[in-house]
Design a protein around this ligand. Structure first.
Ligand code: PRP
Length: 180
């Protein structure tokens, strides 16, 4: 076996920034906080923004004690561009009828806020009575333009992978968040 074959995702990360236990504890807290905010009358729909939110969404859903439906959306990403064109389009749009319903958007990370600033009006146009955001990580680069209602952790500026976050589509499965 050569050196490349010996390199695994776990061994490739530089430093664990949020370990499994820290994430688990915070997700349970978020679950309790969010559950207090909604009732049956809200007809809550939890919408995960693919792909990065998939692990957080699964854990948060199990931490909620309120009735809700689950759906997903996928938005166009920047690709290799370093600066966003500001145009965000749906690659997959929720199939659920959102008319008169409370929407909780679930994100893994908010960076510039461009994605959510574009998605929220689109969901409101579809008749959602209110759209709130929970993000596990927040880079605080949004300059007050857009603030998620619930934030798991303030994120360091380093490039993060794991618990949904990728580098070239790898590392999403790591149960912790690490810098690369
Ligand atoms: C990431 C993340 C957010 C967005 C945040 O998604 O999941 O959706 O970027 O960036 P912004 O605040 O600057 O708009 P990405 O496009 O990397 O796709 P992925 O979820 O499939 O990894």
């Amino acid at each position: 076996m050569n050196e490349d074959q010996a390199m695994t995702p776990h061994s490739a990360v530089q430093e664990v920034v949020f370990d499994e236990e820290t994430i688990r504890t915070r997700v349970r807290e978020l679950g309790r906080e969010i559950s207090r905010e909604y009732s049956e009358a809200d007809r809550l729909v939890m919408i995960g923004v693919l792909k990065g939110s998939f692990l957080f969404m699964a854990d948060l859903a199990r931490a909620l004690d309120v009735t809700f439906e689950v759906d997903f959306l996928m938005a166009s990403s920047y690709g290799d561009a370093t600066v966003s064109s500001g145009e965000v389009t749906f690659l997959y749009e929720p199939r659920t009828d959102l008319e008169g319903r409370a929407v909780l958007l679930v994100e893994d990370i908010v960076d510039s806020g461009t994605t959510l600033s574009a998605l929220i009006p689109r969901l409101e146009e579809r008749g959602a009575s209110c759209v709130e955001v929970v993000t596990l990580l927040h880079k605080r680069l949004t300059n007050g333009v857009f603030e998620p209602r619930w934030v798991g952790f303030d994120a360091p500026k380093s490039f993060l992978v794991g618990y949904g976050l990728d580098h070239a589509e790898a590392f999403r499965h790591l149960p912790y968040i690490a810098s690369l």
